[in-house]
Design a protein around this ligand. Sequence first.
Ligand code: HEC
Ligand code: HEC
Ligand code: HEC
Ligand code: HEC
Ligand code: HEC
Length: 192
Amino acid sequence: MVSSQLKLGLGLGLAFFVLGAGAFSYFPNVSNQDYEPEQPMPFSHKIHAGDNKIACMYCHSAPEKSRHSTIPSMNVCMNCHTVVKADSPYIKKLQEYYKEGRSIEWVRVHELPDYVYFPHKRHLARGLVCLDCHGDVKTMERVYQFSPLTMGWCIDCHRGKTTPKTVVAQMFPGKKNYQGPVATVNCSACHF
Ligand code: HEC
Ligand code: HEC
Ligand code: HEC
Ligand code: HEC
Ligand code: HEC
């Protein structure tokens, strides 16, 4: 953590020299795109969000109201799995954990560095949807990181280059075919 803050400090200093040239490409593009860690239990979004059409928000409660989206607690699973598929070894494990007051330790898929601020709610309020950044999760047997999550990826959308047309139309109702920026590129908006 100390070293990443040091790196950020050095980078910020350097950035003031390259800012004039608008050289965002100066920054190295390290990305965990396609990261697909194995989970302690084969939880399938295809079965739940796809085949059984359970809404994203049913499990990832109210990300529009907070910075982070949440991973569902065992209570949410038990709304169904006290009965559904109770003969499965995975569901037996789930019920056992629940009785013992333990929870499954899911491996985190998406993780920005500590020095980046990403508010889910601001994005959802402008009409962006889960699909725009996470891909078609309802078809995934196992979740993977669909987008690069690099600074360039954030900035390209904020500058209006990759913003979905529906979002642009909703944000600038009077202006047909608006092509300018849709959100800030100020360093301090995303960095503490
Ligand atoms: C029945 C509950 C349930 C539903 C419905 C559901 N999810 Fe999930 N989701 C989970 C659980 C449990 C995890 C953690 C395990 C995993 O990563 O597979 C998770 C993980 C995720 C992650 C990765 C989080 C991380 O670690 O970075 C994303 C992104 C996600 N879900 C998006 C969605 C989207 C989009 C939808 C709707 C299309 C959806 N989920 C529907 C339960 C659910
Ligand atoms: C709204 C109901 C509902 C909720 C909530 C729910 N599930 Fe499911 N789950 C299902 C259904 C339906 C199936 C498919 C059952 C079948 O194949 O007959 C399923 C299947 C599964 C399976 C596959 C079992 C097997 O052996 O085939 C696992 C594992 C699972 N769920 C885990 C979870 C976890 C973990 C949670 C909480 C994060 C959760 N489920 C929340 C309805 C639900
Ligand atoms: C504008 C892009 C964007 C949209 C739209 C978006 N997400 Fe995310 N999501 C991200 C990023 C970036 C992260 C990593 C955040 C971090 O590490 O601080 C993330 C992380 C997550 C996580 C892991 C927990 C967390 O908050 O760190 C879950 C779960 C999740 N998103 C679910 C959803 C769901 C469900 C939707 C739709 C309601 C959604 N996201 C819409 C970009 C987006
Ligand atoms: C697909 C488009 C898109 C992507 C990708 C995206 N954003 Fe945004 N972002 C927006 C829009 C649209 C807004 C809303 C601007 C507004 O409310 O006026 C926004 C707003 C924000 C704000 C609030 C800015 C303010 O004025 O306070 C922050 C912070 C932010 N984004 C950070 C990020 C970070 C960090 C990433 C990358 C990890 C990211 N965004 C990726 C479209 C995007
Ligand atoms: C819209 C959000 C956003 C804005 C605006 C933004 N950044 Fe970033 N920045 C990120 C994200 C996300 C990362 C982490 C991912 C990465 O390294 O690409 C990052 C990483 C960095 C790093 C670390 C690079 C590394 O490889 O360690 C530096 C330095 C940095 N930003 C400087 C700046 C400066 C200077 C500005 C203003 C000119 C700025 N950022 C504006 C989102 C943003």
